[in-house]
Design a protein around this ligand. Structure first.
Ligand code: 13P
Ligand code: 13P
Ligand code: MG
Ligand code: MG
Length: 369
């Protein structure tokens, strides 16, 4: 059967700063989705979880991608949650709801969206990723490695089902007048893909497709909040859906590159560089409003019905990785605001530093000789 997987995520308020949403907030969002989505037959199933201060609603349905009614349901659930956040005095209540009223498609309104329509396999399985205190480019390196590099994806050489590689659709997220995209296939366009994906702030993977079957393999949210709001309103905190096994990489192959704990943009005030720490689902944020984190929950699905999640980073191996990543976080924090520890001026464009630079600019003098 044709099935749509939709995940829509927003920061609508959290306890004690940008730490984690309250239980009441999560229950409200989940209850709203049950009442107006499941009971009304719009959705087949849903799963609500948090990563850092963001709440994600994972939904299964048959309405296809970019469906008004599904997007409106998520928007309304976040509005209901925002009311609770205000009641409880949570920090940043409604932070990611950047528009006053819903207008047909939740994309461009603040929340992050990743969706895919699939022909459900008899043993359909997928990973749902959610990252906090970082932006969509955080997935560039791990998904590049998982889908093109046999050092992580042994299946590229071992499985005939992956012999033809994968096609990447990459978006230029600096282009705000519309979706500027390019399609490139690995292995033949490998160096072109790498040339774009090295720039995490500008070029981000939107979709990945199997060249063997044409099936969609991955969908990643590409929202950049400051491009919508025109000012800093929080980090973009991206979500992603990745199908695994069969003609796609094995679950462990997709998880493998996350052991690197690579440096990404985000961390404190969305203005720093920090290593991406793989964490358990529903983990809070702590040190220096970070470190940037990513959770991965694996699901199986049959006729649209989800199993409970298998928490992919909740395993002793990842405790050791977390220790290594903590060390990397401390190492870069030792140089504070200096050089690569803080993001370049263009990424701070909308913050107080712009005002400061303007003031200082007037005080500069040019020596005569
Ligand atoms: P299959 O079960 O699809 O053969 O996958 C093998 C596998 O998962 C190795 O990691
Ligand atoms: P969030 O985008 O997760 O709300 O983080 C904002 C921030 O400024 C943390 O320091
Ligand atoms: Mg927040
Ligand atoms: Mg967040």
């Amino acid at each position: 059967m044709k099935l749509t997987l939709s995940v829509i995520k927003a920061d609508i308020g959290s306890i004690g700063g940008h730490i984690k949403p309250s239980q009441k907030l999560k229950d409200t969002v989940a209850g709203f989705v049950d009442e107006h989505g499941i009971k009304k037959g719009l959705l087949i199933d849903r799963y609500v979880s948090s990563t850092g201060d963001d709440i994600a609603i994972l939904m299964t349905h048959q309405k296809g991608v970019s469906d008004d009614s599904v997007h409106k349901l998520a928007w309304d659930a976040f509005v209901a949650g925002t009311n609770v956040a205000k009641e409880q005095g949570l920090y940043g209540a409604g932070q990611d709801l950047l528009k006053d009223a819903f207008s047909g498609n939740i994309k461009g309104m603040g929340p992050a969206v990743a969706e895919m329509e699939i022909e459900e396999r008899p043993n359909e399985c997928f990973l749902f990723f959610a990252a906090d205190k970082t932006d969509p480019g955080a997935y560039n390196l791990p998904f590049y490695l998982a889908f093109v590099d046999p050092m992580h994806c042994a299946g590229l050489i071992l499985s005939p089902k992956m012999a033809e590689g994968f096609k990447f659709v990459i978006m230029d997220v600096e282009h705000t007048e519309g979706d500027r995209v390019i399609g490139l296939s690995a292995p033949q366009d490998l160096y072109d893909i790498a040339s774009l994906l090295r720039d995490n702030q500008r070029f981000v993977i939107e979709h990945i497709y199997s060249n063997n079957t044409g099936e969609i393999a991955a969908s990643i949210s590409t929202t950049r909040l400051h491009n919508i709001a025109g000012k800093y309103t929080g980090k973009d905190d991206p979500v992603a859906l990745v199908r695994v096994q069969g003609s796609f990489p094995a679950t462990g192959e997709v998880l493998s590159p996350f052991s690197i704990g690579h440096f990404v943009a985000g961390f404190m005030r969305g203005s720093h560089t920090g290593p991406l720490m793989p964490v358990k689902a529903n983990s809070p944020i702590s040190y220096f409003d970070g470190p940037p984190v990513v959770s991965a929950q694996a699901f199986s699905v049959r006729n649209g019905k989800l199993t409970e999640p298998a928490d992919a980073f909740d395993q002793p191996f990842w405790d050791w990785v977390r220790d290594q990543v903590s060390q990397k976080a401390l190492d870069i924090r030792r140089q504070g605001f200096s050089g690569c520890a803080m993001l370049p001026y263009s990424e701070l464009e909308y913050g107080g530093i712009v005002e400061k630079m303007k003031k200082l600019d007037g005080k500069f003098t040019v020596r005569k000789e």
